[in-house]
Write a protein that binds this ligand. Sequence first.
Ligand code: 5GP
Length: 113
Amino acid sequence: MKTLFQKIADREIPAKIVFEDDQCFAIEDINPQAPVHILVIPKRVIARLGNAEADDAALLGHLLVSAATIARERGIDAGGFRTVINSGRDAGETVPHLHVHLLGGRALAWPPG
Ligand code: 5GP
């Protein structure tokens, strides 16, 4: 069965796709928590960071480099931005297909709730 994000990648569910290459794609979050809130998503499904293995290292690195590229394109790199990966129930994960949240465009509080 496809994940929600696989259905978006296959254009079965609409979303604003803002970046795509052979390994990943990025969409505007449907419920943005900051002026820029983008999800960077691998095409190969890893359910969550807690399941990642050594073989996933290059793909995980690619997601972060892609997030940085998008941050520069959106002009939020100078002010600063945050990347978040929620892994599992206590972190608030709601979609079991690993994704990197890219948040920016305003000052973000720390520590998180
Ligand atoms: P998580 O809670 O798993 O870390 O993040 C899931 C994110 O996916 C949430 O920020 C949520 O707003 C976003 N989301 C859930 N369903 C959809 C959808 O159908 N389209 C888009 N663009 N984002 C979604």
